[in-house]
Design a protein around this ligand. Structure first.
Ligand code: NDP
Length: 287
């Protein structure tokens, strides 16, 4: 028997999650503030609850996927959570997740927080590699692991309910750094007779080739030795910064995305980090 699931929130993501559970044969109860969004799912076999309270009462396991933490508070306010297993896949901060876990505990519920590393079209398509970070009680995660693994992969990151959100935000923050670099690269060639489509594969391959450097960074952070085996010293890298800034100027491109990073590596060099790689930037960021 497949575990019955309740889903609160049928936006783009909630609907994709609902479809994946329905397709896998899980009895499903759904609720959405705007009832029209539940119509298609009803036709596909979901039971539509009239209220969030009724949806929560229907099954032990309730998955929440709403816009933000405030909407989660609003929707769950009128529900009886006693003895319920609440899985919150709404994006939020670690602090919001911790507060929500405490809030749920005070109402008699067990609580897992999640951070979705996938977009709706890849939900329910396991070969795409989409997954969800989970944090909270290990035994609760283990109990629902098979069910939670239906729409996407599951990656458990710890008992602290804030850790799923923290991992989610850490990965997405790194992504924005990458997007920033990519924007600068395309801007550099924009006035030249260079096809962006010709640069794209070179960029993609280069970023993929550089990505494993994160393992070296982790090794350095763990050992505390930022100098061992360094092949591209900070001193050398800082000496190269005028090349990047002058090229930007020559191409009529603002250095505003690149300059803050250069400021940090210069500061680390000034503080004596010339023999290191760029790991010391992390120490400058942590206040
Ligand atoms: P949508 O904007 O498509 O849907 C938002 C949902 O929240 C709707 O069901 C909406 O109800 C509901 N909602 C908003 N405010 C309230 C409220 N005050 N009371 C009751 N219900 C409310 O968002 P998504 O489905 O795309 O995203 C849901 C969550 O998933 C977000 O936290 C998002 O960050 C996360 N996520 C989304 C990804 C994506 O690519 N879409 C990727 C990874 C995470 P109604 O229909 O009535 O408006």
């Amino acid at each position: 028997e497949k575990t019955p699931v309740t889903i609160l929130g049928l936006g783009a993501m909630g609907t994709a999650l609902a479809r994946a559970w329905l397709a896998a044969g899980h009895p499903l109860t759904v609720w959405n503030r705007t009832p029209a969004r539940a119509a298609a799912l009803a036709a596909e076999g979901a039971r539509v609850a009239d209220t969030a309270a009724e949806a929560v009462a229907a099954n032990t396991l309730t998955v929440v996927c709403l816009l933000d933490d405030a909407s989660v508070g609003e929707v769950l306010a009128g529900t009886d959570l006693t003895g319920r297993d609440l899985v919150n896949l709404t994006t939020g901060t670690p602090a919001q997740a911790r507060a929500r876990a405490e809030w749920a505990r005070a109402r008699g519920a067990r609580y897992l927080d999640g951070g979705i590393m996938a977009v709706p079209p890849i939900i329910g398509v396991p070969e795409t590699g989409g997954y969800v970070f989970y944090s909270g009680p290990r035994e609760l995660f283990d109990r629902h692991r098979a069910t939670l693994g239906v729409p996407a992969g599951t990656t458990y990151v710890g008992e602290d309910p804030g850790f799923a959100a923290l991992h989610d935000v850490a990965l997405l923050s790194a992504m924005y750094g990458m997007f920033a670099g990519v924007a600068h690269a395309f801007a550099l060639i924009s006035k030249e007779d260079i096809d962006p489509a010709a640069l794209a594969p070179l960029l993609a391959d280069w970023l993929a080739a550089m990505a494993p450097a994160v393992h070296q960074t982790a090794d350095r952070l763990r050992s505390g030795d930022y100098t061992k085996g360094v092949v591209s010293s900070l001193a050398m890298q800082v000496a190269g910064t005028p090349t990047f800034l002058s090229t930007a100027e020559q191409q009529g491109v603002s250095p505003e995305l690149l300059a803050p990073y250069f400021e940090l590596i210069r500061r680390r060099l000034a503080e004596g980090g010339g023999e290191e790689d760029v790991t010391g930037v992390i120490d400058l960021l942590v206040r």
